[in-house]
Ligand binder design. Structure first.
Ligand SMILES: Nc1ncnc2c1ncn2[C@@H]1O[C@H](COP(=O)(O)OP(=O)(O)O)[C@@H](O)[C@H]1O
Ligand SMILES: [Mg+2]
Length: 378
């Protein structure tokens, strides 16, 4: 166990711990690899929600007009963007996750997306809508995360000339490369630090350097995680197969979110020990807030944390979750299985009905696969 794990356990063992403290707590050691400016601004959201601590790209809560929050139940809340983008993304999720959906193509698509738990609004501000989504990183202890925009065009068919030019200027190589690293965070095992890379890093990558640029995501400071690359390739191939079959939707400026476990020897044995400790009521430290919250949630369900978190008991959403029961959470608290690698599609503000294959997205996926394969072969 490394020192931060031990420290974290002590910290979390305090009776006064709150979700906010957890989110800003120890171990959140991050070093920007790209002189990323520190964001200032309001850091609290509605009803115990906080800005997503491990967001690697996109609009940031408290910085941009809209952004992403973390709900105390471990889900993420994506604030609806101004029309037409927000309603379009809402419509997309509603269509794919419609209760009566029987379109096999959409049902298959669900497995490549974060789970969608409908819209959410705070009672204080019922008109400000959020999409309530599964946090794809939540089961990981030291989640390494990369957001890669896919496609040859970042602008949709209805974009103004000005918007097209602006998007092309941002990354003129989009057409040729077909993907763009928007941001990433990589765990360095030796230093126990997350290194972060912002959008400028990806935009600086050209045809000759994109392989090495992408490679950084799979490097833990000591080893190249070939196992992770292999697993990522399999997931991207599965998404590619879906795109090769379907011609009803076209995606612009949409991303793949890659996540893998940064802890090097995350063997099942170690994981089982961890689960056992959790089940015994010992709060194990980890650097992923969702896992902490998930643990708190498990303990809370068992009634272990009532004195620590009275505010959560007053939260109706929290309560409804407890009473409804979440099969996902039940899985997590009992037989937790490590998810070594996740690749999910995110960001659907520019998805449109179509009658043709999504050639731009397919091109991007194939080139991304080619580059990933080159990394392994070298
Ligand atoms: N379901 C999710 N699980 C975990 N992280 C997410 C999820 N959705 C978004 N994120 C994080 O938020 C960032 C921005 O999300 P995105 O949907 O692309 O928003 P935007 O429309 O602002 O670009 C992603 O790069 C990722 O770090
Ligand atoms: Mg995005």
């Amino acid at each position: 166990m490394d020192s931060s794990v031990t420290l974290g356990r002590l910290e979390l063992g305090r009776a006064t711990v709150t979700p906010a403290a957890l989110l800003n707590g120890p171990g959140a050691r991050e070093r920007s690899a790209q002189n990323q400016h520190q964001h200032a601004g309001p850091r609290t959201g509605p009803l115990g929600c906080v800005p997503l601590s491990h967001q690697v790209a996109g609009h940031k809560y408290g910085v941009d007009k809209v952004g992403i929050l973390q709900h105390p139940d471990g889900t993420v809340l994506k604030q609806l963007q101004p029309p037409p983008r927000g309603p379009r993304e809402l419509q997309f999720y509603s269509m794919v996750y419609a209760k009566d959906c029987c379109d096999p193509c959409l049902l298959e698509l669900q497995q490549h997306l974060p789970k969608y738990y409908s819209t959410w609004a705070s009672p204080d501000n019922p008109t400000e809508l959020y999409l309530k989504l599964e946090d794809v990183t939540r089961r990981f202890q030291k989640p390494c995360i990369m957001d890669v925009k896919i496609g040859q065009r970042s602008y949709d068919p209805f974009a103004s000339q000005e918007k097209r030019e602006q998007q092309i200027r941002k990354y003129p190589l989009m057409e040729e490369i077909g993907f763009l690293v928007l941001g990433m965070r990589v765990y360095n095992v030796g230093s126990d630090i997350f290194e972060t890379y912002d959008q400028h890093y990806g935009r600086g990558l050209v045809k000759d350097t994109v392989k090495d640029g992408l490679c950084k995501f799979f490097y833990d400071g000591d080893l190249l995680r070939r196992d992770v690359i292999t697993a990522s390739i399999a997931k991207v191939q599965s998404i590619l197969r879906w795109f090769e079959k379907q011609s009803q939707l076209n995606f612009y400026a949409s991303s793949l979110l890659f996540v893998y476990e940064g802890l090097p020897s995350f063997s099942e044995d170690k994981f089982n020990t961890l689960s056992l400790q959790k089940n015994e009521g010992v709060l194990e430290y980890n650097n992923n807030i969702e896992a902490s919250l998930s643990t708190m949630y498990s303990l809370h369900k068992k009634g272990c944390m009532q004195s620590h978190h009275p505010e959560m008991q007053d939260n109706s959403t929290w309560h409804s979750l407890l009473t409804q029961g979440d099969t996902d959470e039940q899985e997590t608290s009992t037989q937790e299985v490590p998810h070594k690698v996740e690749v999910r599609m995110i960001d659907f503000a520019h998805v449109f009905p179509s009658e043709v294959h999504d050639h731009g997205y397919i091109y991007g996926l194939r080139n991304l696969l080619k580059v990933l394969q080159q990394i392994i072969d070298d």
